[in-house]
Design a binder for this molecule. Structure first.
Ligand code: ADP
Ligand code: ZN
Length: 286
């Protein structure tokens, strides 16, 4: 059996699946993120019921992914203070002596989409979630990418449009992509939640512009075969044609991306991208 832990800011999902058929999840649980003291014992108890051979962990972050670092496997600079500098991987290793794949939740989701979702048949994809924040994972040549750290492609700076006077609400950068285009930014401008805006509200034009700028930057930086969007805000299906149109305009023919409707796409696995990705990463490490 393979194990998966998708650790999010509000809930932690654990799942087990047979290694021959990782999409056939045998059991899954969802635990409120709480504090490590409350939550880790529940995670460990869950996996104790199975003969686990490897575990994939996709965690909210930032996290330390540098194997040569003394804090490898720790959650580092999170605003969730109970988890700040918590040795997540080390705690799991003490409970189960198996191989682990340790990466970010969004890297795991990107890998899940590559293996079993919108990017099946590809080797290179980017997954971006646009929700309470904006986060993204990158898979190149079939591997999630990490350098000394991991990508944080939701916090890139983009060109703010002159008619948009919103100062941006990222606590670190104000008007980075997350600060201008995550759900709370849409809500702050409109005075109501994004899901309550009409499809023809001008807010979507602005949103699409910012997401398109980000797609151009990701295209130029990473050369993916697909850019896959998930998250609450992207439930607005009408955003996709708008983002594609602006993307084409902004890229301005510099690179030959012909079928843009198959390049910028919704995620196929929906809320399962992360957990499927963690299972696929467990399979990979085994
Ligand atoms: P989280 O990022 O917290 O995991 P979500 O991906 O659901 O959760 O993101 C929540 C954000 O997405 C909120 O800002 C909310 O207003 C926005 N949102 C949720 N559903 C929709 C929707 N159907 N259309 C537009 N925005 C939405
Ligand atoms: Zn930021």
């Amino acid at each position: 059996m393979l194990g998966a832990i998708e650790a999010g800011g509000t809930k932690i999902v654990c799942a087990v699946a047979p290694k021959e058929a990782i999409t056939q999840v045998v059991e899954r649980i969802s635990i409120p993120t709480g504090t490590p003291q409350e939550t880790m014992p529940k995670i460990i108890t869950f996996f104790k019921n199975y003969q686990i051979e490897a575990i994939g962990i996709g965690s909210f972050g930032p996290i330390d992914v540098d194997p040569s670092s003394p804090t490898y496997g720790f959650i580092t600079n999170t605003p969730k203070l109970a988890w700040k500098n918590f040795d997540f991987l080390g705690t799991m290793k003490k409970a189960f002596d198996v191989p682990y794949f340790w990466t970010t939740d969004v890297n795991a989701a990107a890998f899940g989409e590559l293996k079993h979702g919108s990017a099946v048949g590809n080797e290179n994809c980017i997954y971006i979630t646009v929700g309470t924040g904006i986060g993204g994972g990158v898979v190149l040549n079939g591997k999630v990418i990490e350098g000394k750290g991991h990508p944080e492609i939701g916090h890139i700076y983009i060109n703010q449009l002159t008619h948009d006077s919103f100062e941006g609400n990222c606590p670190y950068h104000k008007n980075c992509l997350e600060g201008l285009a995550a759900g709370p930014a849409i809500e702050a401008r409109a005075g109501k939640p994004a899901q309550n805006l009409a499809a023809d509200d001008p807010a979507w034009e602005l949103e699409a512009h910012y997401l398109a700028e980000a797609c151009v930057n990701y295209t130029l930086s990473f050369s993916p075969e697909k850019i896959i969007f998930g998250g609450g805000v992207m439930k607005q299906a009408h955003l996709f044609p708008l983002v594609r149109e602006k993307f084409t305009e902004l890229l301005n023919g510099y690179l030959p991306i012909s079928q843009v409707d198959q390049y910028i796409v919704p995620c196929a696995l929906q809320d399962n991208a992360g957990i499927v990705g963690c299972l696929a990463l467990a399979e990979e490490i085994l």
